[in-house]
Design a protein around this ligand. Structure first.
Ligand SMILES: NC(=O)c1ccc[n+]([C@@H]2O[C@H](COP(=O)([O-])OP(=O)(O)OC[C@H]3O[C@@H](n4cnc5c(N)ncnc54)[C@H](O)[C@@H]3O)[C@@H](O)[C@H]2O)c1
Ligand SMILES: [Zn+2]
Length: 364
């Protein structure tokens, strides 16, 4: 079992522990009880975690009030579900001494974290992430939220977890497309922060696809180290944390243009290729670098070119609507080499002219 500690001194949590192991789900409840004695536990999960047997494995013979999100997935990530969770906690007579335990992917984590952030002005939340997205990304970092009918994460709060317990064996039951798309965030972490991790992924992808627990444990450990150190240095996303947005500016536009038919990771893969093409245009790339990145993404079986049906969509218009845009144009995260983000005047987001982006979109 591996352990890490993330320090966020300015937050209510101050610091939290990440535990990573294989096949530890069945022992986690007693750990939760020991580490958070004195707190009333309330579990939030979704219907697929129940049918996969993970909720039963977590609880064993113990009983805890539980809210099961139905249907699973993004359609339930809304304010109505958050309200239903809060009212279920009220009906269970829970107070400020509550620990919300979120068992599931990023959807469960975001909703449960948000409900915890606003219930009685904030109670503890503990994440047990069960997807490649959640184990690499959403469970670490403290971003929580739900969607409005107009935009994603319209309601939200920074609410750091009290702890994150990861069992990589839970990934065994995850659908293959979700599994592969979620790994794009791992590739992104390697590209922006650690060339050794990139080499490791290149060499071990078959073992990752085989869901070999010891390799998945190392992948989770690397991801949490990278994301954790970035979040520690810049919890409020003033500068450094924006490097996590690599590939996301064009990725988000592609995801929206597809009407969310593409999974987030699939759209980000296209966005990562677009960032690589921008780097070539701006003479920031060494020869062959983009090819290495393209190959690893191809092995993940995620798209690396713009699907034909999106060719006539107005991606530039969608890029102008990016939530981080200032004067209708966002800045971009680029790399100077694999493992290192390009910075200019101490800033990790840089200007890229719309003409350069247009040219790159034509090549995608
Ligand atoms: N807070 C953050 O920093 C952050 C970061 C990245 C993504 N997100 C959010 O995360 C959400 C996406 O999360 P996701 O990709 O994990 O999707 P998800 O939580 O919707 O899970 C995908 C599907 O897999 C099922 N599932 C989950 N774990 C399973 C398992 N072990 N076995 C079988 N089925 C399982 C779920 O029920 C769901 O149907 C989005 O809403 C996104 O905005 C948040
Ligand atoms: Zn992402």
């Amino acid at each position: 079992m591996l352990e890490q500690e993330i320090k966020i001194p300015a937050s209510h949590a101050a610091s939290y522990r990440i535990i990573i192991g294989m096949d530890i789900l069945g022992s986690l409840w007693s750990r939760v009880e020991a580490d958070f004695a004195g707190y009333n536990k309330f579990v939030v999960t979704d219907e697929n975690l129940v049918s996969a047997g993970h909720l039963q494995k977590l609880l064993g013979r113990e009983k805890a009030p539980t809210f099961i999100i139905k249907p699973a997935g993004e359609t339930s990530k809304n304010i109505d579900t958050a309200v239903a969770i809060i009212e279920a906690m009220e009906k269970a007579y829970l107070g400020r001494d509550t620990l919300v335990v979120a068992l599931g992917g990023g959807t469960v984590g975001d909703i449960a974290g948000f409900a915890a952030a606003i219930f009685k002005r904030g109670v503890l939340v503990l994440h047990i992430p069960t997807t490649t997205v959640a184990q690499a990304d959403s469970s670490v970092g403290g971003k929580t939220g739900v969607d409005s009918s107009i935009s994603k994460n319209a309601f939200g709060a920074f609410w750091h977890p009290a702890a994150v317990y990861i069992d990589v064996a839970t990934l065994a039951t995850l659908d293959d497309r979700q599994f592969r798309a979620g790994l794009v965030e791992s590739v992104k972490h390697a590209i922006i922060a650690d060339s050794e991790y990139f080499d490791f992924l290149e060499c071990n992808l078959d073992a990752v696809f085989g869901r070999k627990p010891d390799v998945l444990e190392q992948v989770a450990n690397w991801n949490c180290k990278i994301k954790g150190s970035v979040v520690e240095a810049d919890p409020g996303e003033k500068n450094l944390r924006r490097i996590l947005n690599y590939g996301h500016t064009i990725g988000h536009a592609v995801e929206a243009a597809s009407g969310f038919e593409l999974l987030h990771g699939e759209a980000v893969a296209i966005g990562i290729i677009a960032a690589g093409l921008i780097e070539i245009e701006m003479k920031l790339a060494e020869p062959g670098r983009l090819e290495r990145i393209r190959q690893i993404l191809q092995k993940l079986n995620v798209p690396v070119t713009l699907p034909k049906e999106l060719a006539d969509k107005d991606l530039i218009d969608l890029i102008k609507r990016d939530k981080k845009a200032v004067n209708k144009w966002p800045k971009f995260v680029l790399i100077s080499k694999i493992g290192e983000v390009y910075s200019h005047d101490g800033q990790y987001v840089v200007d890229v002219a719309p003409e350069v982006v247009e040219k790159v979109l034509d090549k995608l």
